[in-house]
Design a protein around this ligand. Structure first.
Ligand SMILES: O=C(O)CCC(=O)C(=O)O
Length: 270
């Protein structure tokens, strides 16, 4: 689908400073117009149709490797311009994951730091959270603890209840929940957050769906431990990769495809 012709915009120095200080950014220029978002939402059922019995939308991870529809989103120059303001000129995209909370749904995202989950080093990853719906405190929008990215990585504990869509969480008392900032986004807008920032979200008791696509961008200096994550695959978004740590996969050709859970042949990585 075509995207809006509004000029791309870079981060201002003030926005960059705020991100470095707080570990997140809101108030960014919209990536998609309401009309464009309606078009993207109209395509979502084609992806949902690829879920297998027993799977949920939580299994829609890293499908941008196989789906041109998602690849176009994660490579949208308007998102990349903003991310470049944080990561600098050389970075890749490796992750995408839908977090969809239907109306009246109990699913929560427990408080966590992304970096605790990921076998990536150093910590130099930015998440763009693209709102597919208007998102706020009523329908389970994300909350984040400002400045928490500067406090180091804290040990998480296992969480086993069905409501939690991710299974490692920070214990109460390891941070002050009263400091949390509520994220509010219109459909088509993004927030940005640091991989060490503490964040999470509540259930959605409202009448409105709350859907977002998280997109993970890392500086080319970031190395994945492929012993722990043998499927790790990226696409270079901007600049050059002089490090050579990272396997870059092919650009998808089919509009709707999904990630299979089998690692590529080792030879394909050489
Ligand atoms: O969508 C949410 O509520 C949480 C997203 C999240 O945890 C993340 O972007 O890492």
């Amino acid at each position: 689908m075509s995207t809006t012709q509004t000029p791309s915009r870079q981060l201002t120095d003030r926005q960059r400073e705020a991100y470095l200080r707080d570990g997140y950014l809101l108030g960014l220029p919209p990536i998609y117009t309401a009309e464009e978002m309606a078009g993207l939402n109209a395509e979502l059922p084609h992806l949902l149709a690829l879920l297998r019995p027993g799977e949920t939308t939580n299994d829609m991870r890293e499908w941008h490797h196989e789906s041109a529809f998602l690849y176009e989103i994660v490579m949208n120059p308007r998102i990349l311009d903003l991310v470049e303001g944080i990561l600098g000129p050389n970075f890749y995209v490796w992750g995408s994951h839908f977090f969809i909370k239907p109306a009246h749904s109990a699913g929560t995202v427990p408080w966590h730091q992304d970096a605790y989950y990921w076998p990536l080093s150093p910590c130099n990853t930015v998440t763009a959270w693209l709102a597919f719906d208007d998102v706020d405190e009523v329908n389970g929008g994300m909350k984040l603890i400002p400045g928490s990215h500067r406090g180091g990585i804290i040990k998480h504990r296992q969480r086993d209840d069905d409501k939690a869509v991710i299974k490692l969480e920070l214990e109460e008392g390891t941070f002050n929940v009263d400091d949390a900032v509520q994220f509010r986004l219109k459909a088509g807008e993004i927030s940005l957050h640091d991989d060490r920032a503490i964040h999470g979200s509540q259930a959605n008791p409202s009448d409105r769906r709350r859907a977002g696509l998280t997109i993970r961008y890392s500086g080319t200096n970031v190395k994945a431990d492929v012993g722990k994550s043998p499927e790790f695959t990226a696409h270079l978004c901007r600049g050059v990769d002089t490090y050579g740590h990272t396997y870059y996969g092919p650009v998808p050709t089919q509009r709707y495809g999904r990630k299979e859970r089998t690692p590529p042949e080792p030879a394909a990585r050489n």
